[in-house]
Design a protein around this ligand. Structure first.
Ligand code: GLA
Length: 696
């Protein structure tokens, strides 16, 4: 059974899914922006669209507590009552992502400060310091008020704490944060001696003699100690997490039985370590927005969904926000084309979401996001978007059977926020984008039709045929041992360059690169040889692996269709037990191995020492998958994802091409009832969801 199927537990409790009898459908609802006469129409239209869950109150702190300690819940009582009468469940938010103007005026020291020392203003949102005692008191008070008043309300099915922790303000550099950082460091290191050793403070004479000398990594003349910076990122993620757990514990205490979530930005937020956070929520929920101008952005969507499901340990999760059309915060806000929002929604569903919600229900007329799309556009119901919203509501209600089924994944990609932080610090052989590397590997899996989970480097790998490790710069001894055990017991591992370099304190592992991964990979790396911008090196096959690689030739005329080149990075690799699959034909590492494979125990460990051209990376990964007996199909631009239930398997097929696709897939179409006996035809841009008996 893949690791994704294991039952998720959070904070020691079994996951408590919101009380809903179908797939959740809805969005952020902001009745406070509208006159009350509109509310009844909202509920009527929600029913028409099949909406069954709305998120209420996200940014309404200033309305609920107009002055400190004075509360006005009348309007919220009426809204929740109306929703309840209309049969619509409520995901009630604590409004703590937008402290009111009175709060910022009364507690100016609670405003966030940047690394440059700028104090951030209000009239916006997310303006608070996560380590501020005044913010802690005020946010706890409003959460307590809400929980006391609505904790047992029959409409309440989910608590939504705050909104996108860490958004806009990834860290605060004020003096209160500095004090909290020092406390966090005392807890982590116990003694200053250990801290000095871990941070390598002998370098540039940075030794600390007392705890009070330690500061947050404010803007300095040049590079700030990287180990300090790494710890400050850990601390900042934890400081926000403390804000979440403070509110969550109040809600659990006063509103027992109602699950608590907070909306993640799983694949787009660098500064929050969601592996740590996922353990603390009752239900994982995620916000995802397409980068509208990016080609094939549906692959990025699939990656976000797979990462979110993995954070939920395979349990159902909620797509808390996405958009019906354009957003308003990209350079050019390209509208979704007809059918695109449906494909997006059903792709999230296929990858494990049991709820599809949007930002937002009704488009705002004022404020920063008035040109952001919504379920109900400014023009109202006489619109394509509204018609698509109503259609999606029907589709989701017909797809209820998919609920609580689990996604089958044969491969895993290692994703680690700590390594992400560390690899992008300054002073490295070349600038590095962690997400660019992860995405490059993910794209090849997607194109090969391989569904993957994401795993922490120290997580359980035992259920996967193939595990990919793109550039795990920070590799703990435990992670290295975990990867080694996986291969020794028969797994196939693919590790790429600049892995195994430093420990958790950003200190280079002793001996040759790749440190604790050397014996597993059967190579040593003598030197990093980053390439000039635009420089390419050619690669040549050693002829031991085929097809696709055995014929890889550095001579472009020998195989004009193949991109047998790499760029950005090369390494002087020496074999220490591994065999060469591809070697450098030219460039600074000419003649040296570029891609290797090592038999280790009962498994195989591949090493890729350079940034392979996309097509070549695809061929290398296909060869590794072939080693592991994992089928890879040619890129057809057709997404096929399986969810398995107790009695049935559900197959979602999404045709992203501009021509009809034909696949040897059988089953009953859940949306039309049509039975497909031999082949399935999916018109361009269309989606089919089929049910098969499990085992068929
Ligand atoms: C985020 C926020 C929402 C809204 C949307 C706009 O996800 O959570 O409040 O600002 O972005 O895309």
């Amino acid at each position: 059974m893949p690791a994704s199927a294991s039952a998720a537990t959070t904070a020691g409790n079994a996951v408590r899914w919101p009380r809903l009898d179908s797939i959740a459908y809805g969005g952020d609802y902001t009745p406070e922006q509208w006159p009350e006469e509109i509310w009844a129409e909202d509920v009527r239209l929600m029913r028409e669209a099949g909406v069954n869950l709305v998120t209420v109150g996200v940014f309404s702190w200033a309305l609920l507590e107009p002055s400190e300690g004075t509360f006005d819940f009348g309007w919220l009582d009426r809204v929740i009552g109306l929703l309840h009468d209309g049969g619509i469940q409520v995901d009630l938010a604590t409004p703590t992502a937008a402290p009111p103007a009175w709060f910022l005026r009364a507690y100016p020291q609670a405003r966030p400060v940047t690394a440059e020392g700028h104090v951030l203003g209000g009239a916006s949102r997310q303006s608070y310091c996560p380590s501020s005692p005044a913010y802690a008191r005020a946010s706890a008070r409003i959460a307590e008020q809400l929980a006391t008043r609505y904790g047992q309300h029959p409409a309440l099915t989910l608590w939504h704490v705050h909104n996108e922790y860490g958004c806009h303000v990834p860290a605060c550099y004020c003096d209160q944060s500095a004090r909290a950082f020092r406390d966090w460091l005392r807890e982590r290191y116990g003694s200053l001696g250990d801290l000095n050793a871990a941070w390598g403070t002998a370098f540039w004479g940075q030794r600390y003699g007392t705890w009070d000398e330690i500061d947050v990594p404010r803007r300095a003349p040049t590079t700030v100690n990287p180990a300090l910076r790494l710890d400050f990122m850990r601390f900042s993620s934890d400081a926000f997490l403390d804000c979440f757990t403070r509110e969550r514990d109040i809600l659990h205490r006063l509103s027992s039985g109602i699950p608590v979530t907070t909306n993640f930005m799983a694949s787009s937020c660098k500064n929050i370590d969601y592996w740590r956070w996922a353990r603390e929520v009752d239900v994982v929920s995620n916000d995802h927005y397409l980068v509208a101008e990016q080609a094939a952005n549906h692959i990025d969507l699939a990656m976000a969904a797979d990462l979110t499901r993995s954070l939920a340990a395979g349990a159902p999760w909620l797509l808390m926000e996405h958009s019906t059309g354009a957003v308003n915060w990209q350079r050019r806000n390209i509208a979704k084309r007809p059918g695109e929002m449906r494909r997006n929604s059903l792709a999230h569903l296929a990858r494990g979401a049991d709820g599809i919600l949007f930002y937002q229900w009704r488009a705002s007329r004022s404020g920063a996001e008035k040109f952001h799309s919504a379920m109900l556009p400014h023009g109202g119901t006489a619109s394509r978007i509204w018609r698509e919203v109503v259609q999606l509501g029907r589709d989701l209600s017909a797809l209820g059977e998919l609920r609580a089924s689990w996604v089958a994944a044969g491969a895993a990609l290692v994703w680690d926020w700590e390594s992400y932080w560390a690899v992008e610090l300054e002073g490295h052989p070349a600038e590095f984008s962690y997400k660019e590397r992860i995405s490059a590997f993910y794209r090849q899996l997607w194109r090969g039709g391989v569904t993957c989970d994401f795993v922490h480097p120290e997580g359980d790998l035992s259920g996967y045929r193939v595990v990919l490790v793109p550039s795990l710069y920070l590799t703990t001894p435990r992670a290295a041992a975990n990867l080694g055990e996986y291969v020794a017991s028969g797994g196939t591992l693919v590790v790429s360059y600049f892995s195994g370099i430093v420990d958790a304190s950003d200190t280079v592992h002793p001996g040759s690169y790749p440190g604790p991964l050397g014996s597993l990979l059967g190579v040593t790396v003598e030197e990093f040889l980053p390439l000039r911008a635009g420089e390419q090196v050619r690669l040549r096959s050693a002829g031991v692996v085929g097809p696709g690689l055995a014929d890889a030739s550095a001579d472009a005329s020998a195989d004009a269709s193949a991109d047998n080149w790499a760029d950005a990075w090369a390494e002087m690799v020496h074999l220490a037990g591994a065999e060469t699959i591809l070697s450098y034909a030219d460039g600074p590492a000419a003649g040296a191995p570029a891609v290797t494979r090592h038999s280790f125990g009962s498994g195989q460990a591949w090493y890729i020492s350079t940034r392979l051209a996309e097509d070549l990376l695809g061929r290398v990964l296909s060869a590794a998958c072939a080693d592991a007996g994992l089928a890879v199909r040619a890129d057809g631009g057709v997404e096929v994802v399986l969810r398995r239930g107790d009695d049935h398997t559900f197959i979602t097929v999404i045709n992203h091409q501009d021509r009809t696709a034909e696949l040897p897939v059988t089953g009953v179409d859940l949306l039309t009832g049509t039975r497909y006996g031999t082949r399935l035809e999916v018109p361009a841009g269309e989606v089919r969801v089929l049910r098969q008996d499990s085992g068929s």
